[in-house]
Design a binder for this molecule. Structure first.
Ligand code: IPM
Ligand code: MN
Length: 357
């Protein structure tokens, strides 16, 4: 079988450090991967005056998978390309506790659920503008409260688009995903999260499409919570969840909240899939305050690489990598400062690598 080709893009801030550390692990663990690191992000901006050179984009298009570090301001164009242009409309964010990680709870043992975030529309449809434009185009429009758009005066709007096609494809994926997890011994439960009590039409549609699709899977169980209630339930009952399926912005916010249950943003990875080329990135941002100091936690990117290996059907390698991460957390001697340790980014990664040898 041909070697899988992975394009690794650091991006901004701590991105290049955590990606380098992760690639160090992947390259030295003996995994059958070809890893290419073309210029991108802040570094490429300096050298080529372009954060996303044409050649880098071309390499992404022909890769088997892309590993991505983090976005600040400079790399937004890369993120936009990977997520929206390549149309990776599902964002998988596993929230799993590894013993030894710095949870905010007294007892996090057994937390192991996944947030599936619709990744292409909702509040992040990039459809914003002046209220004046909307009022001109929709002179007869009235809100449920009977207000016209002119009644708001001047300002801006953002369209929160919930399309039938976008929601249907996401709902189908969520059901398949939960079915797969059920086969692996999980609950087989889909928790749909919306604000359909207020956003009756848009989130009403999201909820009803989820329900229509889940009905086709009698072996799955299903529940629905409003997002405000869900924010609380994540803290109080985190062990009750299996697959949480939600709109783009809700997923963005709930994932950051949920990360604290299992050690914070430094330890939660993610996969963006179902588009032309899948890509894998941590849930955290570019953390400019600690960039360049070799102290960022590489775990989130290493666990994103674990998801990438699974995606590439390299399941044994994925399992070995995850076991190594679990082992260094349990042992606790090579963790970064966010976990109360003193290890540098590279020392932490090298500890993961030693576990695999
Ligand atoms: C994330 C980030 C991004 C998002 C930003 C950088 C656009 O916060 O991956 O969660 O909101 O999706
Ligand atoms: Mn986010």
């Amino acid at each position: 079988m041909a070697k899988k080709k992975v394009v690794a893009l650091g991006g901004d801030g701590v991105g290049p450090e955590v990606v380098d550390a992760t690639c160090h692990v992947l390259q030295n663990a003996g995994f059958d991967l070809e890893i290419i690191k073309p210029p991108c992000g802040e570094a490429a901006m300096k050298d080529y005056s372009n954060a996303f050179p044409e050649e880098t984009r071309r390499l992404c298009d022909t890769a088997d998978a892309i590993l991505f570090g983090a976005t600040g301001i400079t790399s937004v164009a890369i993120l936009a390309y990977l997520r929206w242009f390549l149309d990776n409309y599902v964002n998988i964010r596993p929230v799993k506790y590894y013993v030894g990680a710095g949870t905010c709870l007294k007892d996090a043992l057994g937390i192991d659920f996944v947030i599936l975030r619709e990744n292409s529309e909702g509040m992040y449809s990039f459809a914003e503008g002046d209220l004046a434009l909307l009022r001109q185009k929709l002179a007869d429009f009235r809100t449920i409260m009977g207000k016209s758009l002119a009644d708001f005066g001047d300002g801006k709007f953002a369209l929160r688009i919930v399309s039938e096609r976008g929601t249907r494809r996401f709902a189908k994926y969520a059901c398949e995903y939960a079915t797969q997890r059920r086969k692996n011994g999980y609950l087989g439960k889909v928790t749909c999260v919306t604000k359909s009590n207020v956003l009756r039409q848009s989130d009403g549609l999201f909820q009803s499409i989820m329900e229509e699709e889940v009905k086709k899977y009698p072996e799955l169980s299903y529940e629905h919570y409003y997002v405000d209630d869900m924010a609380r339930r994540l803290l109080r009952f985190p062990k009750e969840f299996d697959v949480v399926a939600t709109e783009n912005m809700f997923g963005d916010i709930l994932a950051d909240e949920a990360s604290e249950l299992v050690g914070g943003l430094g330890v939660v990875g993610s996969a963006c899939v179902e588009g032309k080329v899948a890509y894998f990135e941590s849930v955290h941002g570019s953390a400019p305050d600690i960039a360049g100091r070799n102290i960022a936690n590489p775990t989130a990117t290493i666990l994103s690489a674990k998801l990438m290996l699974d995606y590439l059907e390299m399941h044994q390698e994925a399992d070995a990598l995850e076991r190594a991460v679990a082992a260094i957390y349990k042992d606790g001697k090579n963790l970064t400062y966010d976990q109360g340790g003193k290890a540098t980014t590279m020392e932490c990664a090298k500890a993961v690598l030693r576990q695999m040898k």
